[in-house]
Write a protein that binds this ligand. Structure first.
Ligand SMILES: Cc1cc2nc3c(=O)[nH]c(=O)nc-3n(C[C@H](O)[C@H](O)[C@H](O)COP(=O)(O)OP(=O)(O)OC[C@H]3O[C@@H](n4cnc5c(N)ncnc54)[C@H](O)[C@@H]3O)c2cc1C
Length: 322
């Protein structure tokens, strides 16, 4: 319960929301789907700004990549045809896995999920990590200055306390946004760079029962060009854990020949060697050791599937090009 809440604002423009969030005298936070915020026991929050009318619920693509507005719900991500196609449906599947309750997926937004990070327990964060997704965040700024009144010869009108209102926008990796965000920042959208035609992605998770939060999840993205690994992304996540990239595995594979059929030996030795660098946190629900043991099998499965899709897509796109 937000027991000290005294103001509720329904913003109609992003600039209005930024002004409200920038106030120093009243602690104001954005309200998206409310699935996390409204259940919080927090006595410091005095005001909320409802983001529903800011037209931030959209999914589109252009030369820059895929744009997902901050107010897009997890269920919209599951249902949108564009996301069922993009990156082998990785985002759509991860959004579905993030919460087994459709009611929550209907309200919870991607902006709220990225803003709270691991507290959301969302599988979606791991998928965003392998897609190199960035969070576009905006904040309002106010600067107060005193303008001098011209010169002695030509005195002008001296103005004191003139307030300039400005805006700042920055882009941060989704995986680290929750730990680096400023309190007055508003997530505007998530931007995912374009993928090449020979690209495949896959996702897997382990949980006590399918509807429970993931003890460990893993996502992989593989881009293949002329028979070699061009870009490899592998990330792990799960309950109470921010996604971690297995960068050593990625480096060991990039630039190497994929093999047809797949060179499984190369894949396994890269995993065995590279995964030792990944630090898996543990807690009351799942130990670090359990995560480590599961990680190799899960990672092998998703990389194998991602390679298969990338090879098939590469063949299909070159046939279309002929
Ligand atoms: C009982 C329960 C269990 C849940 N379990 C899961 C689960 O297992 N997996 C899962 O994925 N989700 C789960 N959720 C939902 C989870 O809360 C949401 O996935 C999501 O993390 C919050 O999204 P929201 O849109 O509801 O955000 P809100 O609750 O509205 O906001 C969350 C936080 O983000 C901030 N915020 C929101 N939007 C923005 C923005 N655009 N810019 C800056 N800051 C912003 C808010 O100020 C607040 O601090 C659960 C919810 C409930 C009620």
């Amino acid at each position: 319960m937000l027991t000290k809440l005294v103001e509720y604002h329904w913003a109609e423009h992003i600039d209005d929301a930024l002004l409200l969030l920038g106030r120093l005298d009243t602690r104001t936070v954005p309200l998206a789907g409310g699935t996390y915020l409204l259940g919080l026991h927090n006595e410091s929050i005095q005001a909320v700004v409802d983001l529903r009318d800011l037209e931030l619920a959209y999914i589109s693509d252009d030369k820059q990549g895929l744009h997902i507005g901050a107010m897009t719900t997890l269920q919209t991500m599951v249902d949108t045809p564009l996301l069922k196609e993009f990156a082998s449906g990785l985002l759509s599947r991860a959004a579905h896995a993030s919460s087994s309750s459709r009611q929550i997926r209907n309200s919870a937004t991607i902006g709220g999920t990225v803003a709270i990070g691991s507290a959301s327990q969302a599988d979606l964060l791991t998928a965003l990590a392998v897609l190199d997704a960035v969070t576009v965040a905006r904040s309002g700024s106010k600067t107060e200055i005193n303008l001098s009144g011209g010169t002695l010869d030509r005195p002008g009108l001296a103005l004191s306390g003139v307030v300039f209102k400005g805006k700042q926008e920055r882009r941060l990796p989704c995986a680290s946004f929750s730990s680096e965000r400023q309190p007055n920042e508003l997530v505007i959208e998530i931007l995912i760079p374009p993928l090449i035609a020979g690209c495949g992605a896959s996702f897997a998770r382990v949980a006590r029962v399918p509807s429970d939060v993931a003890l460990l999840n893993v996502a992989a993205l593989v881009e293949i060009e002329e028979g070699s690994y061009k870009r490899v992304r592998l990330a792990f996540g799960g309950v109470n854990m921010l996604p971690v990239r297995a960068q050593a595995v990625e480096r060991l594979l990039e630039g190497q020949l994929v093999g047809k059929p797949l060179d499984t030996q190369r894949l396994l030795s890269a995993l065995n060697e590279g995964i030792t660098d990944v630090r898996f946190p543990g807690d009351a629900r799942v130990s670090s050791g359990y995560r480590r043991v599961c990680s190799i099998n899960l990672a092998y499965r998703v990389l194998e599937e991602a390679v298969g899709i990338a090879q098939w897509r590469g063949v299909m796109s070159s046939e279309k090009g002929l």
